[in-house]
Design a protein around this ligand. Sequence first.
Ligand SMILES: Cc1ncc(COP(=O)(O)O)c(C=O)c1O
Length: 453
Amino acid sequence: MTTIGEVESVRQAALDHLWMHNADWTTMAEEGGPPIMVSGEGVRVKDVEGNVWIDAHGGYASVNAGYGHTAIADAMLDQMQKLTYFPQGTTTAPLIRLVEKLGELAPDNLERVWPVSGGSEANETAVKIARAYHKRRGDSGRYKVISRRGSYHGATGGVMWMGASSGLSDFEPAMPGMLYAPQPNFYRCEFGSDSPSECAERSARAVEDLILLHNPDTVAAFIGEPVASGLEPPSKEYWQMVREICDRYGVPLIADEVVTGFGRTGKMFAMEHFGIIPDIMTVAKGITSSYLPLAATIAGTHIADAFAGEDNIFRQALTFGGHPVTAAVALKNIEIIEHSNLVENSECMGAYFLEQLLDLKEKHPSVGDVRGIGLLLGMELVSDRQRKTPFDESLQVGKRLTEKMRERGIIMRFNAGKVTLGPPLCITADDINEIVSALDSAISELESELSVV
Ligand SMILES: Cc1ncc(COP(=O)(O)O)c(C=O)c1O
């Protein structure tokens, strides 16, 4: 694609045929889109017109190692040239090495790995394992799943009903047995708590109340992200209490580490911040840094062992689960994350980024709250800081800020009133300064347009 004519023909084909995430083709056409990317290096991507952008959200907070690692491409090509799939009832060495590696990295007895293609599938699998586990033990009334309001666990048939996001009415009826607990988010605590730890304790106690209300014999699992995207990390007591509550009532705890895994929060897995071990953990995104689609559900041996024995197997098969080329990519990607100290960089650059965003909060009345851990950060915009009032939707604050940031060469994400930032873990202080300075001037412009003082 070198001539203007070629670029325009590709763009028109996209408008005619592509059904993109979070976009519609009529608006895109009006705005001259979609942007078409052609290459990437570190935290930057280049589009078909030659413009270079910082990807402040790292794809979907998923390009952990950064763009442009030729070593990953080499690992992919090498496996492709050897073997691209496997006959039924067989497996391959890259996959075996990968599940062994995941067993080493994951805590305690999380050793049995079910490979799938994406985070939604990993969570669907986790819930199916939890339900089937109870059946194997003769506890067959347990089918309900507790998730937290404001969480996100995926977009497919079952998991889209976990987390209670808005915009699901198109897809009703909801999956039966979905129960919702409060999110331990102090800024908007459902209990109006006076401190983060009070909010954490009351939110955890609400999980117990929900289990008792519904009868523990009906509850199959609790699922939560250690730190929900764009929200603050809960106080330590939250996960410790939830762990104890789950143990007390025989409810397996599923940690959704789809975003938080592989260094995103400054630890290899985010539950390490809280010192608890889940019964099942799901991983995706950073496992391949999005070079190819791969995810996994990792079960503790106390859960997985219920499925040993010929008549006892977990009945699920997914054609692309365990693909050898994706496994080779994951292995190389994890090697890069480890050898380039990207987990440590996430911790240290994350702390620097947070500091800079807190400075923006001092300067800008529309910044209601800034939070995050490692390189999973969020900034909530409000029209009245005192009352924490969200901007009226008709003002299209998210769209306007996103456009202003694009004018400044930064691609970012705005969702549910929040700027969410999840850049590649190889980000430097200079890159962060560039993003923060763009945010500073874009927010100033927005505030003057909206007369926020
Ligand atoms: C916490 C969490 N879980 C699950 C998912 C779903 O993953 P996928 O989009 O790979 O299906 C996402 C996606 O953003 C996520 O953020």
